[in-house]
Write a protein that binds this ligand. Structure first.
Ligand SMILES: [Zn+2]
Length: 291
């Protein structure tokens, strides 16, 4: 069976058509145009699916990777950074237009599925995948299958409480991991400590000043506690990092040590690895949803 995967992002929608061996037959990117609203996004997705579908004569499965979680009971999108999707029955609306069933999952789940099947953590049985970008997400894959949980929130470590009564989070809680180690949270804290407005990329260029050291120590502490909590509960065979923040080089040595220091074990050796699919994890993960 051939596979179509769609990755719905805040600025672009990417589609891919793969053969049964995961070779690319066709790939296309279009603009999301959030400003045109929900119906326009639904139409863009279904048009892209139809456009890819005519490129093959084989039976084709359709998977869609979305920002935000689909509520297990209501089928409505929750907690999406693409605001116009929130509260909408996206899966249902797409299926109604296409006339057949599709698979749909959030970006962290698609990322974890793609990296564990085709990427840098292929071959590990229990994988915890982390997206550290504009937001913080996570996914769990066990023996090649997504573990979604009873209410579809398994792996959502970005909104577990790191610091009680800490930073306000858009989700309504306080002190969530996301408000300390996501890209925007890092830049905000850097500004508070150093008085300088800088991008994440430029922040990590030079960390020799006293203030920079203070920032780094605090960041490592938060990163360490956040992931140590995950290891204590799941004890995965590997952790794979994705998203813009995963490009920070020291996460894989000093970051790993900070995690190990907080884990409830003296013999911890869980590998913490960088992704290998980059931005392509979304479309490939979407294709893998139908396996
Ligand atoms: Zn939160």
């Amino acid at each position: 069976m051939h596979k179509i995967g769609i990755d719905l992002g805040g600025t672009k929608i990417e589609g891919i058509l793969l053969d049964e061996k995961y070779n690319t037959i066709q790939r296309k990117r279009i603009e999301t145009h959030q400003e045109n609203g929900y119906n326009s996004i639904v139409k863009s997705i279904t048009s892209l699916v139809n456009e890819l579908k005519v490129k093959t004569d084989e039976d084709t499965s359709i998977g869609i990777c979305t920002p935000g979680v689909t509520d297990a009971n209501s089928g409505l999108i929750r907690n999406s950074n693409t605001q116009c999707l929130i509260g909408m029955p996206l899966k249902n609306d797409i299926e109604n237009i296409l006339g057949y069933e599709i698979a749909m999952e959030n970006d962290a789940n698609c990322f974890t599925l793609a990296e564990s099947s085709l990427g840098s953590v292929k071959g590990y049985d229990v994988v915890f995948g982390v997206i550290m970008g504009t937001g913080i997400g996570g996914g769990i894959v066990i023996n090649g299958n997504l573990h979604k949980g009873r209410t579809n929130i398994a792996g959502e470590w970005g909104h577990h409480t790191l610091i009680p009564h800490g930073n306000e989070c858009y989700c309504g809680k306080q002190g969530c991991v996301e408000t300390y180690i996501s890209g925007p949270a890092i830049e905000k804290r850097w500004m508070e400590i150093t008085g300088k407005k800088e991008s994440l990329q430029s922040i990590v260029q030079d960390l020799s000043s006293e203030k920079a050291k203070q920032w780094k120590e605090e960041f490592l502490e938060n990163f360490g506690i956040g992931l140590a909590n995950v290891i204590d509960i799941l004890d995965p065979d590997v952790i794979v990092l994705g998203g813009g923040v995963s490009n920070i080089p020291f996460l894989y040595d000093e970051g790993k040590k900070a995690v190990y220091d907080k884990v409830f074990s003296d013999s911890i050796e869980t590998p913490i690895l960088k992704n290998s699919l980059g931005d392509s994890a979304g479309v490939f993960g979407a294709c893998l949803l139908s396996n």
